[in-house]
Design a protein around this ligand. Sequence first.
Ligand code: ATP
Ligand code: MG
Length: 187
Amino acid sequence: MSGEFKIQEKKLREIGFLEPYEEVEKIEMGEWKLSGQHYICVVKVYLSNNVVKKFILKCPWDVFGSDAVRAWVDRRVRLSKLIRQAGGNVPRTEKYDDGTLIQEFIEGVEIGRVGEEKYKSALERELKIYEKLGLSYADSTLSNFILTPEGKVYCVDLDFLESKENVLKKIERVQLSWEGMITLPTK
Ligand SMILES: Nc1ncnc2c1ncn2[C@@H]1O[C@H](COP(=O)(O)OP(=O)(O)OP(=O)(O)O)[C@@H](O)[C@H]1O
Ligand SMILES: [Mg+2]
């Protein structure tokens, strides 16, 4: 990622991540880091009332071509709205530019780092919401779910949320089994 990327206060206001009454004192951008599928960068916005708002920027490095990247951003923004409307816990997600999305930063710990008893029921609640929407989480990675201090589970990486139909197709293609996926237990 280019070091030239500079986050703009005006843009944060346009997408509603800053309220008109919030006065910005300083914006700090962390280092861009290469993660499993994205370049990510944490942004801290220091407000005059001593509040610090945290966001995270993400660009996919494994999606090629500007149209595909734009579609990637748009799909994730749409998915986050859909799930939030259905009462699911996903961070507010907006398009920052054609190749970058921006999310609220969720404070907490990846569920893979704590015992299952701490997150099981909260995760099941989220999976049930996906199920109702006809979606399934097609990955077994526990790094994409954050357990907050209040005991809520947030899905921060929507890349693996797919229609159940697609998930089934994928299982056929790569010969995986449901056991390898995060999914609701079969009754
Ligand atoms: N909105 C967020 N709030 C808090 N932490 C986040 C957020 N988004 C991502 N993270 C942290 O950054 C990590 C990587 O983000 P993400 O899952 O989107 O990228 P990735 O490329 O799929 O990486 P990984 O393979 O580690 O999952 C997450 O596992 C999580 O710990
Ligand atoms: Mg991930």
